[in-house]
Write a protein that binds this ligand. Structure first.
Ligand code: 25A
Ligand code: L14
Length: 332
């Protein structure tokens, strides 16, 4: 028997919020009432859903009466402040922010990897960091077969990961640069147009960034294996949508590149795009707007006994955020 649900989208006017609406439409999620919540700045706005206009309401502690499912993407401080009220009102919250990810009471879920963890929820389920999601989708089948001991990853993260304002600023900086006009970075610490920034989120005491340390801790929690060692370098690149990653792994058991490709061909959520001699490999422009995590450049690491390298690309707003959260809602 199918039931219809009252759904609230928190942060509806943001980059991820908009993607929530498009994916709920595409997948015909069974919605009874839809509530759009955002900040004071969005007052008076309305958003289209299934051909109908919905007014944006200002988020308050009383926004959640009668709501079954909250899809939250308004940042960590908003989630910390408001989700407890949503849980009190009886809603299940799927949270895109980093607020609750490492909380022992909160499952951190990628449906292709650890769907069983959803059952343990007490009102909040956390959606992992975008860079971690696409990496574990690609690595879980290999871990199952050959046990991953260590991961060395470098990310190439698009500006949309930081929200709509960063998307707008890359466009503005690029136009100014091409027109030989001066510009002052606002959303980014430095020029991002025609440049790379080896910093995402703040620096920690160990000189890694918070984004890099999220990849360490979240990977272990999702894979359910604290013995996996992870070393990450996260880089912001002047790309609008989709994150790319160079991933190198060392495994306990030997696995050939061909065996890995065969596993990836059958892996849920993965599309193998790997024919280097015909110049076939995944690129961010291929992943934009798509659901699958694209994997290519699979090859043996010839510098160690049991090692593989690969290149992993996915739409950070879809699989990295909104799609993964809606897949969790579907499992619920
Ligand atoms: O705190 P964190 O976890 O570090 O996350 C901070 C940022 O990360 C993004 C998200 O950006 C957020 O700003 N984010 C979070 N999780 C993510 C994930 N999994 C993620 N990105 C990728 N993957 P965003 O732009 O996508 O979303 C912002 C939404 O949050 C709403 N919001 C902000 N503060 C709020 C709030 N909602 C309720 N209460 C609050 N106090 C925000 O709504 C948006 O929906 P908004 O009304 O603030 O903005 C609506 C539109 O207006 C633009 N805008 C914002 N500020 C200005 C502006 N325009 C002009 N001038 C301004 N000063 C915004 O661009 C937006 O389009
Ligand atoms: O932790 O700016 O979910 O690319 C996701 C987007 C962290 C920052 C998270 C970015 C955020 C990241």
């Amino acid at each position: 028997m199918s039931k219809n649900y009252n759904v609230a989208v928190m942060g509806a006017t943001g980059a991820v919020g908009n993607s929530f609406l498009r994916i709920l439409e595409e997948r015909k999620f069974p919605i009874k009432n839809l509530k759009l919540l955002a900040s004071e700045r969005s007052k008076g706005k309305a958003l289209k859903f299934m051909g109908k206009e919905y007014p944006v309401e200002i988020l308050t502690h009383n926004s959640f009466d009668g709501v079954d499912i909250v899809l939250a993407s308004a940042g960590a401080s908003r989630s910390l402040e408001f989700l407890p009220s949503a849980v009190k009102a009886g809603a299940v919250c799927i949270d895109n922010s980093s607020a609750f990810r490492m909380d022992k009471e909160v499952p951190l879920v990628v449906p292709e990897v650890n769907p069983q963890d959803i059952k343990k929820h007490k009102g909040i389920i956390a959606n992992p960091n975008c860079s971690t999601i696409q990496m574990v989708v690609a690595l879980a089948p290999i871990h199952k077969k050959a046990k991953i001991k260590r991961i060395v990853v470098t990310t190439f993260q698009s500006v949309s990961g930081g929200g709509q304002k960063k998307v707008n600023e890359l466009r503005e900086q690029t136009a100014a640069w091409l027109a030989n006009k001066p510009f002052k970075p606002a959303e980014f610490p430095y020029q991002i147009a025609f440049n790379l920034l080896p910093q995402i989120d703040v620096f920690m005491d160990n000189d890694y960034t918070k984004e890099e340390m999220k990849m360490v801790h979240e990977t272990r929690k999702i894979m359910g294996d604290d013995s996996i060692r992870v070393n990450a370098t996260c880089v912001r690149v002047p790309v609008f949508y989709a994150h790319s990653e160079s991933v190198n792994i060392e495994t306990k058991e030997y696995i050939s590149a061909n065996e890995a490709r065969e596993l990836l061909l059958k892996a849920p959520g993965v599309k193998l795009v790997d024919d280097p001699h015909n110049k076939v490999y995944p690129m961010p422009i291929d992943a934009e707007g798509k659901d699958a995590t694209l994997v290519g450049r699979v090859r043996q690491d010839e510098s160690i006994k049991n090692g593989l390298s690969m290149w992993v690309v996915a739409d950070n707003i879809r699989k990295g955020a909104a799609l993964n959260a809606i897949q969790i809602a579907e499992l619920l």
